[in-house]
Ligand binder design. Structure first.
Ligand SMILES: C[S@@+](CC[C@H](N)C(=O)[O-])C[C@H]1O[C@@H](n2cnc3c(N)ncnc32)[C@H](O)[C@@H]1O
Length: 376
């Protein structure tokens, strides 16, 4: 390890990378290629200081601490405001280096050694910086608790391969979104990251608003304004959508998912993303039926029977009255529906969702012919 300098800060670290690209994950990490990200952090933090007078900056995955040290040294003179800084890192070496670097810079700060996620429950910062190896996704839900209303959450992601379509299934797991190798894959990657952050936040009544976000070299970075507001969280979801493309064509289209359906054509509806696998496990249900349960469990066991019957079908049911309305016909009795589906070689089940609904493996487009082809 040696003493290094970036901006106004001197710090103890190992140089873990070069002018470009990711750094090696070892020792007290310092990647010079991320200087731009730190320069911007200082500027954004200074802007916040100017607005708020004094801020608490939380450098949660601090490494050498260079980011927080620069905010401490450069922020006040840029803004005329004040800053207190908390550093944390899971590595003991990193925490010890930060203590030494604070002394070297005649600066004050609190340093914690440990998992940042534990601190998120107690620290309320104006600016929280999440700069992990790889993805910020594992930190996001708890990090949202650690930022004050009107404050800033900054995230870095270096897992560009999943986000930009090289590993779509990893992207799906990590960000609950599908990526593909499209022409604008860097923009797609940034938008998937932002969309995920906005969705996770909205589920906790928090609105995230991108203030500054970009993709550069091997990483993505976003500065997000945090508002604790259900209304704004709901509003932010209106800007989350799918993009529909046709291979070999330049045609592209936004498909809105949280605005109550497609914008066009109006007769189509889009719901989801939703679970389309089985909603109950038949073997598990059978195990319940095998229990020596008496009459007092009658209703529960009857529900278990219905749930068992309705597995193995497409992920929707049909209301007899709605089928009749759509086909401009009279509603059929449930017995008739069962009989006609059976005659057509299709399966039928009642469903626990509604006494007047049924499930079937018959295609919806053929229901008119199957149910009403022979008259009422
Ligand atoms: C990419 S480095 C941070 C670089 C630093 N922010 C900078 O600007 O140079 C990621 C750091 O996160 C630390 N880390 C990993 N998991 C952590 C966790 N759960 N809590 C706190 N720190 C963690 C690592 O020890 C490593 O120092």
């Amino acid at each position: 390890m040696k003493w290094l300098k970036e901006g106004e800060a001197e710090f103890l670290a190992e140089v873990s990378g070069g002018e470009r690209g990711p750094g090696k994950r070892s020792g007290v990490f310092y990647n010079p290629a991320m200087k731009l990200s730190r320069d911007l952090t200082v500027l954004v933090a200074a802007g916040l200081m100017r607005g708020r007078g004094e801020i608490l900056f939380f450098d949660a995955l601090a490494g050498s601490g260079v980011r927080g040290l620069r905010v401490l040294k450069e922020g006040p003179s840029l803004s005329g405001g004040r800053v207190r800084c908390i550093f944390s890192d899971i590595s003991r070496d990193a925490a010890e280096s930060i203590e030494k670097s604070l002394k070297r810079n005649f600066a004050e700060g609190e340093v914690f050694e440990g998992d940042a996620r534990e601190l998120f429950h107690t620290i309320k910062a104006d600016f929280l910086d999440i700069d992990p190896y790889g993805s910020p996704a594992p930190y996001l839900p708890e990090a949202l608790r650690s930022v004050r209303h009107g404050g800033i959450l900054a995230i870095t992601a270096t897992d560009t391969a999943p986000l930009s379509g090289t590993y779509p299934t990893t992207c799906l797991r990590r960000y609950l979104a599908w990526s593909e190798k499209v022409e604008f894959l860097k923009e797609m990657a940034l938008r998937i990251l932002l969309g995920y952050a906005v969705r996770v936040a909205a589920s906790r009544d928090v609105c995230l608003k991108p203030l500054l976000s970009y993709y550069k070299d091997h990483y993505l970075r976003a500065f997000l304004q945090v508002s604790r507001s259900r209304g704004r969280a709901r509003e932010a979801l209106r800007s989350v959508a799918h993009i529909l493309l046709r291979r070999g064509s330049l045609g592209r289209r936004v498909v809105w998912i949280y605005r109550g359906g497609w914008e066009k054509p109006r007769d189509l509806q889009l719901i989801g993303p939703l679970w389309v696998g089985e909603t109950s496990d038949v073997r598990f249900l059978k195990g319940l039926k095998d229990l020596p349960a008496g009459e007092r469990y009658g209703e529960a066991l009857s529900l278990v029977d219905t749930l068992s019957e309705e597995t193995g079908y497409p992920p929707w049911y049909y209301e007899v009255n709605e089928v009749a309305r759509a086909l401009r016909s009279e509603p059929l009795s449930m017995e008739k529906v069962k009989e006609r589906l059976g005659e057509g070689g299709f399966r039928f089940s009642r469903t626990h969702y509604s006494a007047t609904a049924f499930k079937t493996d018959a295609p919806g487009e053929q229901l008119e012919e199957i149910l009403y082809g022979g008259g009422i």
